[in-house]
Design a protein. Structure first.
Lengths: 468, 359
């Protein structure tokens, strides 16, 4: 590794306001949204063009210096955590929307484009970009792609991978490749599908071709409150059994409700132990009929109160409460870890009861927000970092939740990815042969392990718990 | 000569015993499944059966040699279906073959293609080991998405043995609309308007013929909503015929089974975008190719009577690729056929001894 030569080469290309080497400049990049992990890189570089990104990667390859691409740093799994002898390539200035093509229903955007900005640009054509993680006002499409981001509408509309048609990327060796294209269909192995969700280990996406969907004509959004999470979960099962396919089904528990109300005053029922948000969307007549079925189910589900959004503003208000939940929990606790496990939907009740039991065992409060439609849990494990041992207890509790997800036949991550945080749990979900296959792939594409190293796989090849 | 394995360990043994192998099952796409010279075929058809089906989870797992017809029958009992609308079902298409060829039918327009519904896969690698990728739940971001990599792979990474899929509730009722246009441009204009409209559409197919161009549109959903939606679609499309019940079911079944392809002709799949249709049609004028554009112009199906020379030239000139399905079997890709450095690295990692051929 020739770090000095790399920095010197970068300094020949980038002015000082785009190449940070001083501690005060670098500190904001030490961590992403998983603040329990921090690591200071040697430098941060801010390219403004794709060619500059390619040049940086080629220099890193020449001098064998690790690099981490970063969008807005919203990863909740430590996915863009730097390494101390590496550099961060901040992609926010690759923010051009290159083309919107309503006839083909695609948008071609640079990796630093903010998720919501795609929908805003497509709006005049009546189109939008469907993946809607709660961080969508700030997260970038490059980050969404790296971690296969989800959101509230995944059961019906899928995750990021289902909306990416093509990727232009620079591989760790410096080659530029074009994967996929502009068509929904393809020939040959789905290399785009492999690249999406690869957590930056296969190089850096420069440009992404995404598919756009027509904005649903009609929404019917309800907020129902329940005495217990179990009752809310049973309501979800009944909805599914009725043959309906809602656009979204979300549940929040009393702690999450309390936090959200304090933050954004969404008008959630006071004292509710659980709320269920269900949204039907689509063609007006279809939604009208589906809504009748839905209300039939809800009426029999034992809901304490049911609020039906009467207009777009009220719909936004209902969603604002849900989408602000993660940041709102910061009002209840100075620190928290949010998990991302998935369990079969039918075992949601069991999973929540177990999380509650674990919270008591570890003497930690856990707020629950989850995508009930696809079994994707988000327990927010609250702790005070100033309290000795609290972080360790929180991490241990988080690990127990992941073990539970595996035991239930689910997944350790639905949409946040493995990152740094869950590396120790990948071997519990996959066999040695499975992991070796993935590592072989990484080794073939990045033999020097320069591209976002330290993510997804444990470095020491054993199964030690690797929380730091 | 083909090898036949009755169980998974037999498949593993076959992989270890052979220097070059190509998995086959239903044989519905012989252009893709016929082993090349020096390659042994591995008959996967005995590796079949449903492993697990959880209707309330919207998921099922099955062995790769399972016929799609059997899957459809099972799902129908719970009013569910495969939203990617797999083709060649009556011909005996299997789950593994459909994934390996990356095929979806016209109904994929609404919710997505086969890549969007495949959750997990188990396959056998070049050293005879079983590898698992993905999982069995509808949302999973753990590890590299090798399941997606298998879509369209044509067997180049090893024989698949188990597959897990997401399913959806099946629409209660469908209706189909047929509108004739005097020329291609007017049909394409309507296709464009339909595809960006807020109407929930299941399929949009466009069929040029000597007399003009025909647009076929299908909607599906709750039976109680269909009558008003039919009225609305007729208002949208203008002068059109409406089909319901068995007539419309049969039409789409014939489409999906490629019964519109003349006997002994070859069929080629071409991914494209609606913008390219006019250029393709201009280049194919007076050439005897029967074609159909499906999924609102995102894929073209071209039936040709002999070697695909003219089609090959047309595709090359437009920077497109085509995949023969049956009939012509000399190559698996026509038109543009460039393999990226990324593909080479992936292939070397997944099949270092090159046991399974090239995609």
């Amino acid at each position: 590794m020739e770090l000095d030569k790399l920095i010197s080469s970068l300094a020949n290309i980038f002015p000082s306001d785009r190449l940070f080497t001083k501690p005060a400049q670098i500190t904001p990049y030490e961590s992403d949204a998983l603040t329990a992990y921090q690591c200071r890189p040697v430098a941060v570089v801010l390219p403004e063009t794709q060619e500059e990104v390619i040049d940086i990667v080629r220099l890193c390859n020449r001098y064998k210096v690790p690099f981490m691409a970063r969008g807005s740093g919203t990863s909740l799994s430590g996915g863009s955590l730097p390494v101390e002898d590496g550099i961060v390539i901040a992609l926010n200035r690759l923010d051009r929307i290159l083309r919107i093509d309503p006839e083909s229903r695609i948008a071609i955007v640079e990796a630093g484009v903010v998720n919501l900005a795609i929908s805003e640009a497509a709006a005049p054509y009546g189109l939008y970009f469907a993946p809607d993680p709660s961080s969508q006002p700030i997260c970038t499409i490059g980050g969404n792609l790296a971690f296969n981001a989800g959101g509230a509408h995944c059961l019906k509309y899928g995750v990021t991978s289902n909306h990416v048609l093509g990727v232009k990327a620079v591989l760790p060796g410096g080659e530029v490749v074009h994967l996929g294209g502009e068509s929904l269909e393809g020939i040959g192995p789905d290399l785009v599908g492999l690249f999406v969700g690869s957590e930056g280990l296969f190089g850096i996406a420069l440009e992404v071709t995404v598919r756009l969907m027509p904005k649903p004509e009609s929404f019917k959004t309800i907020l129902a409150s329940y005495q217990s999470l179990e009752e809310a979960g049973d309501a979800v099962s009944s909805i599914v059994a009725s043959g309906l396919l809602p656009g979204a089904m979300e549940i929040m528990d009393h702690l999450a409700i309390q936090a959200a109300e304090a933050a954004v005053d969404a008008g959630y029922p006071e004292g509710a132990n659980a709320v269920l948000i269900v949204e039907m969307d689509g063609e007006r007549q279809q939604v009208q009929e589906e809504f009748k079925l839905l209300m039939d189910v809800i009426d029999k589900s034992g809901a304490e109160k049911v609020r039906i959004a009467k207009d777009s503003a009220e719909r936004q208000r209902i969603w604002q409460g849900r989408k602000s939940a993660f940041s709102a929990v910061g009002r209840l606790s100075p620190d928290y870890i949010v998990q991302d496990g998935v369990v079969p939907r039918s075992r949601l009740g069991e999973a929540l009861a177990e999380i509650e039991r674990l919270g008591r065992q570890y003497e930690l409060r856990v707020a629950n927000v989850f995508h009930a439609g696809d079994g994707n849990l988000h327990p927010l494990i609250m702790y005070d970092g100033r309290e000795k041992g609290a972080l360790e207890r929180a991490k241990e509790l988080a690990g127990k939740i992941l073990d539970m997800c595996i035991r239930f036949g689910g997944s350790i991550t639905g949409e946040h990815g493995i990152g740094m945080e869950k590396r120790a749990y990948l071997p519990r979900m996959f066999t040695e042969v499975d992991i070796a296959t993935m590592k072989n792939l990484q080794r073939a594409i990045d033999p020097d392990k320069l591209s976002n190293p330290g993510k997804m796989f444990l470095e020491n090849d054993n199964n030690e718990t690797d929380f730091r | 000569m083909n090898l036949l394995s009755n169980n998974v360990s037999g498949v593993q043994a076959s992989v270890l015993e052979s220097s070059r192998l190509h998995p086959i099952a239903g044989g519905t796409k012989p252009a893709l499944s016929t082993p090349r010279e020096g390659v042994t075929g591995l008959d996967m058809s005995p590796i079949r059966g449903i492993i697990e089906y959880q209707p309330d989870e919207f998921t099922f797992s099955a062995y790769a040699g399972t016929r799609i017809a059997d899957v459809n029958e099972l799902l129908q009992e719970n009013k569910q279906y495969l939203p990617f609308d797999p083709p060649l079902v009556k011909w005996g298409a299997t789950l593994g073959g459909t994934v390996a060829s990356g095929l979806s039918g016209p109904g994929r327009y609404h919710y997505g293609g086969i890549r969007d519904f495949l959750l997990g896969v188990k396959y056998i690698n070049g050293t005879g080991q079983i590898v698992q990728a993905g999982g069995k739940v509808v949302k999973n971001a753990a590890g590299f998405d090798l399941a997606k990599l298998m879509v369209g792979c044509r067997g180049v990474f090893g024989p698949m043995i188990e597959l897990s899929f997401k399913v959806f509730p099946k629409p209660e009722q469908f209706a189909t609309f047929r509108r004739e246009f005097p020329n291609l441009d007017s049909a394409l204009q309507m296709l464009k308007e339909a595809s960006i409209s807020q109407l929930d559409i299941d399929s949009i197919d466009l069929v040029p013929d000597e007399s003009g161009t025909i647009l076929w549109i299908r909607i599906g959903g709750l039976a109680s909503a269909v009558p008003s939606r039919v009225i609305r679609m007729v208002e949208f499309l203008g002068d059109c015929e409406v089909f319901q019940d068995s007539k419309e079911t049969n039409y789409w079944e014939e489409t999906r089974e490629f019964l519109w392809v003349p006997p002994d002709w070859s069929l080629v799949k071409v991914p494209l975008t609606p913008r390219l249709i006019s250029s393709i049609e201009q280049k194919l004028v007076s050439i005897p190719i029967v074609r159909r554009y499906s999924c609102a112009g995102q894929v073209g199906w071209f039936a040709i009577p002999g070697p695909p020379t003219d089609l090959n030239e047309c595709l090359l000139s437009l920077n497109l690729s085509g995949m023969p399905m049956f009939g012509f079997t000399t190559s698996q890709v026509i038109g543009k056929n460039v393999k990226s450095e990324f593909y080479r690295q992936v292939k070397n990692a997944m099949d270092p001894e090159n046991r399974f051929g090239e995609a």
